[in-house]
Design a protein around this ligand. Structure first.
Ligand code: CA
Length: 395
C-alpha cells in the first residue's frame, strides 16, 4: 500500500518549472503524473520500488535550485503543444460498481422495495468492458444506434439512442500483473496498481434497459469510454488516504478481502465533479456549469479489494489493464454521478442557468469530469480534465 511519504510530498517544495507553482494547478511538483509521449506499458510493469525511485529522481530534478535544470529545461514541452494519447495500451477493462449511493438510487428505479441485491455487500460487482472503444479526453463521442423497446411499444426498434448519459468514475491502471492461476493477496494488491485516471463510462440508458437481463451491460456501454490522459500515481495519492469503514450493521468483508492496512488507509479522499457545456452555451461564450460533486471516499470497496477480487479466481491481470470504479455518487440527491440519477430516471428535467433543460445528453453537449485531492498541510493535486463532446448519431 502506498502510504510512504517522503521529500517529494513536502508541501513547501517548489519547482523551477513556473507553471508547476501556479495557484490551483492540478500538477504541482508533488503530483508528477505520467502521460504518454511513448507507451508507458514498460514503466507500468516495473516493480513498486522502481516507481518510487523514479518519482524521487523526478522530484529532485524538477525542484527549485536543482543542478539538473540547465540540462532538462530544453526537454520540456508546453501542455498546449502536446497531443496526448491514452497513457498506455489497455489490454483488458473491467468496470466495477463500488458507488453504493449510485447502486441504491439506480436500484430503486427498477426495484423500489429492494434496491440493493443481496450480493452487493459481499462481493465487488463488476463486468468485463470493451477496451477497443476506450478513447482519450478530447475525443468526440458519436451518439450510438441501438435496439430499444420504447414505452408502450409492443416490439423493439433500432435507431439513435434517446437516453444518452455519462457516468462519473475513476479508473485504476494495473502495474505489475500476476500469473495465470495465482491470486493476489490483498496485502500485495496496491503494489500492483500504477495509478489513477478519470473515467467517463458513457451509457445508453434506453439500450441498457432493454438488453441488460440476464447477462448485464453489453452494447449500452461498449460504444465509448473516455479516459483522462494523465495517470496520477498511487505514490502521489499517499497523503490523501483515509480509513476504510463500513456502516454499523453491515457485514465485514470476507477475510481474503480484508487486511489491517486496508482498514487503516484503504480509502482515498478524491473530490469529484461533473461539468456540462451545451452547444448553445458554447456559442454564447458561456462557461461550463457544474452538475454535481461527490467523493471517492464514499466508495463501498477499495482499489485493493477490487484487484484482489478480480484475481481471486486466478484471473491474470497485466500491466495496463484498467479497473473502473463504477459511478461515484454522493449520499445526497443532488450528488448523483449520472443524469439518470440527477433526473430521477428521466422524470425530472434539470434546468441549466441559460434556461435549457436536460433529462439526458443532447448532441453538442460537452461533459467534463474533474478531480482533486486537498488536505490541510499538503499540496493540492488534481487529475486534469476528462472531456468529451456528443456528436449526432451516424446516418
Ligand atoms: Ca459504469
Amino acid at each position: 500500500m502506498s502510504l510512504h511519504l517522503d521529500a517529494t510530498h513536502d508541501p513547501a517544495l517548489r519547482s523551477w518549472v513556473a507553471s508547476a507553482n501556479a495557484p490551483g494547478t492540478d500538477f504541482p511538483i508533488q503530483n508528477l503524473p505520467y502521460g504518454r509521449f511513448r507507451d508507458l506499458s514498460a514503466l507500468m510493469a516495473a516493480p513498486k520500488a522502481t516507481r518510487v525511485a523514479l518519482r524521487q529522481a523526478l522530484s529532485a530534478a524538477l525542484a527549485q535550485h536543482s543542478p539538473q535544470q540547465a540540462r532538462l529545461k530544453d526537454c520540456l514541452l508546453a501542455q498546449t503543444d502536446a497531443e496526448m494519447g491514452l497513457p498506455c495500451a489497455i489490454g483488458d477493462y473491467t468496470d466495477f460498481y463500488t458507488g453504493i449511493h449510485h447502486a441504491t438510487t439506480v436500484g430503486k428505479l427498477f426495484r423500489p422495495d429492494n434496491p440493493l441485491l443481496p450480493n452487493y455487500k459481499w462481493v465487488p460487482i463488476g463486468y468485463h468492458g470493451r477496451s477497443s472503444t476506450i478513447v482519450v479526453s478530447g475525443t468526440p463521442l458519436r451518439r450510438p444506434l441501438g435496439q430499444t423497446l420504447p414505452p408502450n411499444a409492443e416490439s423493439p426498434s433500432y435507431g439513435p439512442c434517446q437516453r444518452l448519459d455519462y457516468e462519473l468514475e475513476l479508473g485504476a491502471l494495473v502495474g505489475p500483473g500476476n500469473s495465470l492461476g495465482e491470486p493476489v493477496a490483498i496485502a500485495e494488491a496496491e503494489d500492483r496498481l500504477f495509478g489513477m485516471t478519470l473515467l467517463n463510462d458513457w451509457s445508453a440508458r434506453d439500450v441498457q434497459a432493454w438488453e441488460y437481463q440476464p447477462l448485464g451491460p453489453f452494447l449500452a456501454k461498449s460504444f465509448g469510454t473516455t479516459l483522462s490522459p494523465w495517470v496520477v500515481t498511487m505514490e502521489a495519492l499517499a497523503p490523501y488516504r483515509l480509513p476504510f469503514q463500513r456502516p454499523a450493521g453491515d457485514p465485514l468483508p470476507l477475510s481474503h478481502l480484508d487486511s489491517p492496512a486496508n482498514r487503516e488507509a484503504g480509502a482515498i479522499d478524491i473530490a469529484l465533479e461533473v461539468w456540462l457545456q451545451t452547444a448553445a452555451m458554447r456559442a454564447a461564450g458561456q462557461a461550463a456549469v457544474r452538475l454535481s460533486q461527490s467523493n471517492f471516499r464514499d466508495a463501498y470497496w477499495t482499489l485493493a479489494q477490487l484487484l484482489t477480487h478480480q484475481a481471486s479466481n486466478g484471473c491474470k491481470l497485466q500491466p495496463g489493464d484498467l479497473l473502473g470504479t463504477g459511478t461515484q455518487s454522493g449520499p445526497e440527491p443532488g450528488q448523483g454521478g449520472s443524469l439518470l440519477e440527477l433526473s430521477d430516471g428521466g422524470k425530472q428535467a434539470l434546468t441549466l442557468p441559460n434556461g435549457e433543460q436536460r433529462r439526458f445528453l443532447a448532441d453538442g453537449d460537452q461533459v467534463i469530469l474533474r478531480a482533486a485531492c486537498e488536505r490541510p498541510g499538503t499540496a493540492r493535486i488534481g487529475f486534469g480534465d476528462c472531456a468529451g463532446t456528443v456528436l449526432p448519431a451516424p446516418g
